[in-house]
Design a protein around this ligand. Sequence first.
Ligand code: C2E
Ligand code: MG
Ligand code: MG
Ligand code: MG
Length: 288
Amino acid sequence: AARRAGGDRAVLFDAAMARGVEDDRALEHDLREALRRDEVGVVYQRQVDLATDRIVGVEALVRWRHPTRGPVSPAVFIPIAERTGVIEALGAWVLRTACRDAAAWPDPIRVSVNLSAIQLQRDDLVATVLDALAASGLPPDRLDLELTESLLMENDGPARDRLERLRAAGVHLALDDFGTGYSSLSYLRDFAIDKIKIDQSFVRGLPGERPAAAIIEAVVSLAGNLGLRVNAEGCETAEQVDALRRLGCHEVQGWFHGRPEPSSAIVASLQAQLATANPATVRGTAAV
Ligand code: C2E
Ligand code: MG
Ligand code: MG
Ligand code: MG
């Protein structure tokens, strides 16, 4: 009976695995088509400076609206794109789109693009990024590339060389999901990072949880000593914004200030922001 049960389990397991693989293959095929059929888009989430309350940058986030399944989360399709190699075409397309959109915005804010480990392993990464910049006319120092700790962990000499070449060209590097990987601190020593993005799991603990606040405080202090900017991700409430301001974070990104939105909505917000280019003057005039 035991053997039989084991056999049944194995069969069930195989069936589930096969379904998973088939699902992946279907999605992989659809994803290749999606790029050609305009089902893929890029949305932008604002990054707000806590000292000035102004939008200083956005993160580009890829979106896929599947014709029958509806929106598919990047948490689902990015891993498939990575396993199947589609990430190269997809990643290059996101870079070109984000640079082109940002170059047309009325205010020279920054745009941040996520990089996959697979892209970092490719020798043509530098050319892909520089081509996207050149084609759009976006100055290199308005582009941030977001890297994760696990991405840096898997990569050695050639990858580091690519990042150094990009940085020499003026591109900035941001360490994404900071605090969730391994031995975070060695990356700050070994790579020329410009910005730390504190993972949303820490922000979630604010304002009540002392450990979350203490960790953020320590990261801010470390970043200050290294001359890095600190962004806190997943900021959903006014209380979290206040706590992050008190803790010395430079900028926040999260639903409190806005969900990811199309380029046209960013343009409208930037135009409104430019209309109050000098808030001090506006207040002064009103007082007269
Ligand atoms: P990420 O780079 O850490 O992006 C932040 C994620 O947090 C985004 O999820 C964003 O929509 C979500 N988020 C922002 N503010 C809040 C908030 O206040 N509360 C909550 N609960 N969530 C918030 P999204 O867009 O689903 O992307 C998930 C992940 O997929 C990204 O995490 C990134 O790792 C990956 N990804 C997205 N676009 C790209 C891309 O173009 N290329 C690559 N390689 N990866 C991408
Ligand atoms: Mg990111
Ligand atoms: Mg993140
Ligand atoms: Mg993440």
